[in-house]
Ligand binder design. Structure first.
Ligand code: COA
Length: 135
């Protein structure tokens, strides 16, 4: 079993992330940490994955309800985005995204770095909102 898989068992609930990615030097801010906007973009992408699966259609982000940067992310961290649908409306799907950084491959530690809640709206093929179908 690879070290990444070993670490997976230490991550929340042993769940699979919606997205896992490693930031590059181009994603850093002037202080040398990963730019918050890069994390926000990845959170938006990760949250859209369960939203579009549940909506059974394309979705648009209508709101970022909350977004907390708890710890910095560094270049070289392996960043995992866990995304879960937490509520449904008539046309909307709300998703919680939790972000964990796996630091230092030689002596791995997993740190929760960000948590966010976003709402997506289901859209039809003409870009109009549409009801969330029954499961
Ligand atoms: C998404 C969009 C089609 C919604 O159209 P709208 O006519 O404004 O829709 P509504 O006001 O009826 O809201 C649609 C749903 O979003 C929800 N919603 C709207 N604003 C919200 C907010 N600030 N927070 C949480 N949910 C919100 C509504 O409650 C509704 O959900 P429900 O049907 O489950 O009750 C339209 O706002 C849009 O195109 N926005 C731009 C989307 C976009 O470009 N996103 C990417 C930007 S980075």
């Amino acid at each position: 079993m690879s070290p990444v898989n070993d670490l997976d068992t230490a991550l929340p609930d042993g769940r699979q992330p919606a997205l896992r990615v490693m930031p590059m030097p181009a994603d850093l801010n002037p202080a040398g940490d990963v730019f918050g906007g890069w994390i926000m973009a990845m959170v938006d992408i990760a949250g859209a994955i369960p939203a579009r699966r549940r909506a059974k259609s394309r979705v648009a982000t209508v709101a970022v309800n909350s977004f907390v940067f708890k710890q910095p992310v560094s270049v070289g961290d392996l960043v995992s985005f866990y995304a879960d649908v937490v509520s449904l409306g008539r046309t909307s799907v709300t998703v919680d995204v939790e972000v964990y950084a796996e630091r230092d491959p030689e002596n791995p530690v997993v740190v929760k770095v960000t948590e966010a809640r976003l709402t997506y709206v289901a859209l039809d093929d003409k870009g109009r909102k549409r009801p969330i179908p029954a499961e």
